[in-house]
Design a protein around this ligand. Structure first.
Ligand SMILES: NC(=O)c1ccc[n+]([C@@H]2O[C@H](COP(=O)([O-])OP(=O)(O)OC[C@H]3O[C@@H](n4cnc5c(N)ncnc54)[C@H](OP(=O)(O)O)[C@@H]3O)[C@@H](O)[C@H]2O)c1
Length: 274
């Protein structure tokens, strides 16, 4: 049995689909089963990483677990080890290497340390920017044809969450990835201007990009994100390091399939913008 945390999220949701398609026995973890909207036939268990004692049922009979960062890794992993879990795959972040002093870097580094000290077999996944972050444009696209973002022409190799999930799937079921830390990117750099155009093509509309200042974006983001995360995100989006803009071959090396483009992600998720 494999436990998939974040099963209602971008990566965990894709991982759940891929493991089920393989015929692997999976259990989906969510904090609220009633709101999760998981597919019929999926074994769903409620649990919250912030309340480690809520996880006893989640880990029972599980051989390998996919986990997301919560800030409670040491206690979560102690529960997992106590229940007999052998292997854990952590969804971390490239920021551990590229921005170790930022809040995002520190959170993910602490989680990685707890995993490495857990005594379990482990694999760390360190993706850069997700293609799915553009889901935050849905309200703008529903309201009109203009999408406003900062850093119009800064390109980053955004990754399809399905490709992160494919690497996670390999790490959960194959032995050769134990002890590996995988930095993950998409196959090409793409700017916000190009992302808006790609979503427009996917949904059959002529969308336009309009640049706003970093200050305007900051004010909007602070409404729903902690200040430290906003600061780190804007720094990353506006002034990526050479390492953050580099296209890496890891997805194809691990899965045997090329990483999918942003245009493919937009086609796969067109329904979210209609
Ligand atoms: N977005 C990026 O560009 C990016 C880049 C690098 C790394 N990452 C990493 O990827 C992670 C996930 O990103 P995402 O876009 O896939 O997120 P997402 O779609 O918002 O999903 C987050 C998932 O985490 C689960 N979750 C949150 N808190 C939990 C808790 N206390 N206990 C159990 N489950 C909990 C949620 O499950 P329920 O709500 O169903 O409980 C949800 O399924 C980020 O948090 C970050 O660590 C993201």
């Amino acid at each position: 049995m494999i436990l998939v945390a974040g099963a209602t999220g971008n990566v965990g949701g894709e991982l759940l689909r891929q493991l089920r398609a393989d015929g692997v026995a999976v259990r989906a973890l969510t904090r609220d089963a009633a709101r999760a909207g998981l597919p019929a036939g999926v074994e769903v268990v409620e649990g919250d990483f912030a309340v480690p004692r809520s996880l006893a049922g989640a880990f029972a009979g599980v051989a390998a677990a996919f986990i997301v960062v919560s800030g409670h890794e040491a206690a979560v992993l102690a529960q997992a080890a106590g229940a007999g879990v052998r292997r854990v795959v952590l969804l971390s972040s490239m920021a551990v290497q590229t921005r170790p002093e930022s809040l995002i870097g520190v959170m993910h580094r602490d989680a990685e340390r707890a995993v490495a000290e857990s005594g379990l077999e482990w694999t760390l996944l360190r993706p850069g920017q997700f293609a799915s972050n553009t889901r935050s444009w849905r309200t703008q696209i529903a309201a009109g044809d203009v999408v406003r973002t900062p850093f119009a022409r800064v390109g980053l190799p955004a990754i399809h969450p399905g490709d992160i999930a494919a690497v996670a799937r390999a790490a959960l079921v194959e032995d050769e990835h134990v002890g590996a830390s995988y930095s993950l990117t998409g196959p090409e750099s793409i700017t916000p201007v190009e992302q808006v155009a790609a979503i427009g093509r996917a949904i059959g509309r002529e969308l336009r990009h309009q640049e706003i200042t970093a200050g305007q974006a900051e004010a909007q983001m602070l409404a729903h994100m902690p200040a430290g995360i906003v600061a780190a995100s804007l720094e990353f989006l506006g002034s990526p390091t050479a390492q953050e803009t580099q296209v890496l071959p890891t997805v194809e090396t691990v899965t045997g399939k090329p990483a999918r483009t942003f245009a493919q992600w937009a086609d796969d998720n067109a329904g979210a913008f209609r």
